[in-house]
Design a protein around this ligand. Structure first.
Ligand code: SF4
Ligand code: SF4
Length: 122
């Protein structure tokens, strides 16, 4: 189990409005298990869901993204721009569930302090 030098308060997400789901173009990687779970949640067939919402990135798969209506860059395809919330929150991919406790932030979490208001130095 990795130990981190920061804590995270998820109650800040409400106030933040989804900074980690928006902005620069990026990847929200999904496993076949994620695809299965999200498609079931949306009452969609696995293949139908994959064609509509998944793109191949090298040997991995990512959710697709959209351009935000307010012109502030990209957003994950499941980010609701009106409510500023995730539309699949209870079935969001592991990458989203584990944020901000990613291995890449284990040794250097300074960039996170600027990006995520829920992160606090211990
Ligand atoms: S950037 Fe941080 S506070 Fe904002 S929505 Fe993402 S996890 Fe929550
Ligand atoms: S799946 Fe949800 S939590 Fe993950 S990036 Fe997309 S909108 Fe954000």
């Amino acid at each position: 189990m990795l130990e981190y030098d920061f804590t995270f308060d998820p109650s800040k997400c409400e106030e933040c409005g989804g900074k980690c789901c928006t902005g620069e173009s990026g990847y929200v990687f999904v496993t076949p298990y994620d695809i299965e779970e999200i498609s079931k949640f949306l009452n969609m067939d696995f293949n139908e869901f994959s064609v509509k919402f998944v793109r191949k990135v090298g040997y991995k798969y990512s959710l697709t993204e959209k351009i935000q209506k307010d012109g502030k860059g990209h957003a994950c395809v499941f980010f609701d721009e009106e409510t500023r919330k995730c539309q699949i929150y209870s079935r969001r991919p592991k990458q989203c569930v584990s944020f901000p406790f990613w291995e890449c932030y284990k040794d250097d979490f300074e960039p996170l302090l600027k990006e995520c208001i829920g992160v606090c130095k211990k």
